[in-house]
Design a protein around this ligand. Structure first.
Ligand code: UDP
Ligand code: MG
Length: 323
């Protein structure tokens, strides 16, 4: 295999032993026809069935395949992250192992990448999953994620996506965050396109997720929203709320002082007093939290030499380069 293949296919896999042989055949057929050098990185996410044995058999016969076996089940996001770390290709394609995505779509994604996009996302136009537990939550989630992140995609949940190498190499994924990659990456300033892809019903094994995923995705969305909008300036969110809250509190307190000191009325039993105190305390805490956030943000970016910007390219004259 050439040291740096053009395409790296990254596949997280958890207990999919019945699908592996077919998956191997389909990927081989699609990519041999496509003709570019490729590698396939399967991340065995702690499978407890015969998946790993099957994978070993394939690695023994096909030099394109590499298998990373995680020590236990870390979840699909960790699977993607492990695959991204090892991928050497210029373009990284992600795919499910359960044959729901069609490897024959890989050339379609590559063609779109060829137009210069940094991310091409598959869109399962005719999605083969149940409506109530899958497609409806997903419709709502896609709408919500698009609205909050400002990156409008029809199908965040589709695993079949293509990324330019620099995009995934600069990402750190947590929680259930793999579906938010286009949104998180938008912060770097990437160009994103969508192409309709084929989707097939699951024929082997079982889905690894239930309806509870919807809630985990919602919580992750809050994190992503915060990271996208305020992670480099926390004082502006918390400080803003804090100023409004303590400002109102001080105003109310001043009014109550006027009532007590000038009008001479009793204020000890007034609910307004409680509200004034609460607003001031909350406000001060919010401002303190914003300041703490500022310090943490500095530690976060500076300790890892993380830039707060991403450069697409630098253009300068020849002399500039010498000097
Ligand atoms: N998967 C994984 N680790 C997990 C759960 C799932 O690697 O903990 C893999 C699974 O083998 C499949 C992909 O992630 O290749 C998508 O999972 P699944 O098909 O169960 O999700 P669904 O299509 O039902 O949304
Ligand atoms: Mg599936």
């Amino acid at each position: 295999m050439s040291p740096n293949p053009e395409i790296s296919v990254v596949i997280p896999l958890y207990n999919e032993e019945e699908s592996i042989t077919e998956l191997h055949g389909q990927i081989r057929a699609a990519l041999t026809a496509y003709g570019q050098p490729y590698e396939v990185i399967v991340v065995d996410d702690g499978s407890t069935d015969g998946s790993f044995v099957r994978l070993q058999e394939i690695v023994a016969t096909d030099e394109h395949w590499r298998v990373v076996r995680l020590r236990r089940n870390f979840g699909q996001t960790a699977g993607f992250a492990a695959g991204f770390d090892l991928a050497r290709g210029e373009v990284i394609i992600t795919l499910d192992a359960d044959l729901q995505n069609d490897p024959a779509d890989i050339p379609v994604l590559m063609a779109k990448m060829g137009e210069g996009y940094d991310i091409v996302s598959g869109w399962r136009v005719d999605r083969q999953d149940t409506f109530l537990s899958r497609r409806l939550p997903s419709l709502i989630a896609n709408w919500l994620i698009s609205k909050t992140t400002g990156v409008y995609l029809h199908d965040y949940g589709c695993s079949l996506k293509a990324y330019r190498r620099e995009v995934v190499k600069n990402l750190r994924l947590y929680g259930e965050m793999h579906r938010f990659v286009p949104a998180v990456a938008s912060w770097m300033g990437v160009t994103i396109a969508e192409v309709p892809v084929n989707h097939r019903p699951r024929t082997h094994g079982q889905s690894k997720y239930g309806i509870s995923r919807t809630f985990r995705v919602l919580l992750d969305l809050m994190t992503v929203y915060f990271l996208l909008s305020y992670s480099t300036r926390p004082i502006q969110v918390f400080g803003g709320i804090g100023l409004v809250s303590s400002g109102l509190g001080v105003g109310l307190g001043a009014y109550l002082s006027f009532v007590k000191l000038i009008l001479g009325q009793n204020i000890g039993s007034r609910p307004l007093l409680l509200l004034a105190v609460l607003l001031i305390v909350v406000g001060v805490q919010m401002i303190a939290m914003g300041l703490l956030g500022e310090m943490i943000a500095r530690t976060y970016y500076e300790s890892q030499d993380k830039p707060i910007y991403f450069v697409r390219e630098i253009v300068q004259s020849e002399e500039g380069e010498v000097g």
